[in-house]
Design a binder for this molecule. Structure first.
Ligand code: ADP
Ligand code: MG
Length: 400
């Protein structure tokens, strides 16, 4: 497998339309999203958008999503390629369901558990020839602050006090905040956050579950919707000095170097709904501003990366505009692959947010084969950004 530019662009965008859920059915909501059968095309009102894939509704069944969008990224890790999967969409659109971040036992298997299974399958096949080291971290970004979801103190507190309403909220006095550092080689590291060495799928699943618990209980409901959760798997490989044949008897062609290291970021983004929904007190407004900062920066980064012409001209990629993009910097662009999954609700009451999500996702995809369309959409995009910034400045000036 090779990573090439052009057709095989570094940013792929898929849409995942969930069905109407209980509450929406009770309210008598209508399905206002149409997927064109046999085409990765979504229609809402008079708008029509084309993506790399569309899952759910009358599109491709969701079960194909992992194989088409994520399995190639897991494969790429073994060749040393970093990758990122991002779930974007308004609160309630299915981001956590799609990623499998909540990891409720016995329910639907999301992307993260399936990625883990694929990873360990492959390791099992290659373990006679290659030594593997696996590490995981799980953090959330809330109000431009990084929280360690695998902090042993938090995780232990979560276990002991589970059920009393204060779980996971303990912060260790004097513990320095988690900081993002960039090494001279451009590798981004987190200082002050927990990296857990794991050797089995079970251990990795435990990290996901404990971190999810810490996210769910450590924040208010509102925070939970407005934080970005990032589960990161780091895979290190060292070729064995005297390799024994792989268990299937096949030689490994995949590994060209003796040592490789690659990261897979699995991101459950904050709800993309606009600040108006976050309430009227100053604090909530401030939160809205910060969340949007991450999502806004992400949109700009992905769009800059997706525009091959700009990239060749060495255009500025605004990674430093938010903690989110800074943290994902070495896995967005370059030789790494990025998949964004835009989650949408089909319900008519959500039509406005669904349209916003489709517009954002479409921009991330950055159509290259129609330069005129791109140019005009770029112009309107700039107008949009200017409007958004102005809006934010107004909100800030109203804050206490
Ligand atoms: P988000 O994380 O975007 O806020 P959730 O993943 O929590 O949204 O989903 C909201 C609700 O919709 C949950 O009850 C979830 O079980 C349900 N849901 C989401 N996606 C699907 C789907 N593809 N099929 C069935 N139910 C879904
Ligand atoms: Mg969620």
């Amino acid at each position: 497998m090779t990573m090439e530019h052009g057709e095989d662009c570094c940013v792929k965008v898929a849409v995942h339309a969930r069905p109407l859920i209980g509450d929406e059915k009770l309210q008598g909501c209508k399905d206002c999203v149409t997927v064109v059968p046999g085409k990765p095309q979504v229609q809402i009102g008079t708008h029509s958008f084309t993506f790399d894939h569309v899952y759910g509704s009358s599109g491709t069944p969701s079960t194909a999503m992992f194989d088409e969008c994520v399995a190639p990224l897991v494969e790429g890790l073994f060749q040393g390629y970093n990758a990122t999967v991002l779930a974007y969409g308004q609160t309630g659109s299915g981001k956590t369901y799609t990623m499998g971040t909540a990891c409720k036992e016995g329910t639907h298997v999301g992307i993260i558990p399936r990625a883990m299974a694929a990873l360990f399958d492959k390791i099992e096949k290659l373990k006679n020839q290659v030594d593997f080291q696996l590490r995981v971290s799980f953090i959330e970004i809330l109000k431009e602050e990084v929280r360690d979801l695998l902090d042993p103190a938090t995780v232990t507190a979560g276990k002991v006090e589970n059920g009393n309403g204060h779980t996971g909220k303990l912060s260790v006095p004097g513990k320095p905040p988690v900081q993002i550092r960039e090494g001279s080689n451009g590798v981004i590291t987190l200082s002050g956050s927990t990296e857990v060495h794991v050797t089995t799928q079970k251990e990795m699943t435990t990290c996901l579950e404990q971190g999810s618990l810490s996210r769910a209980t450590g924040s208010t409901n509102m925070n939970n919707q407005s934080s970005h959760a990032i589960f990161t798997i780091t895979l290190e490989q060292m070729r064995k000095a005297d390799p024994i044949m792989a268990s299937d008897g096949m030689p490994i062609e995949e590994m060209n170097d003796d040592y490789l290291c690659a990261k897979l970021h699995l991101v459950d983004l904050a709800g993309s709904e606009r600040a108006k929904r976050t309430g009227s007190d100053g604090l909530r407004f401030k939160e809205g501003v910060h969340i949007n900062r991450g999502l806004l920066a992400l949109g700009n980064v992905i769009s800059a990366l997706g525009d091959e012409k700009k990239r060749k001209e060495g255009a500025h990629v605004p990674y430093r505009d938010s903690k989110l993009t800074r943290l994902l910097q070495d896995s967005l662009g370059g030789n790494s692959k990025t998949v964004m999954i835009a989650c949408i609700s089909p319900a008519d009451i959500n039509a406005e947010e669904t349209l916003n999500t489709l517009k954002y996702a479409n921009r991330a995809r950055n159509i290259q084969n129609k330069p005129i369309v791109s140019l005009s959409s770029l112009a309107s995009l700039e107008t949009y950004q200017t409007c958004t910034y102005t809006f934010f400045i107004k909100l800030i000036s109203f804050s206490p």
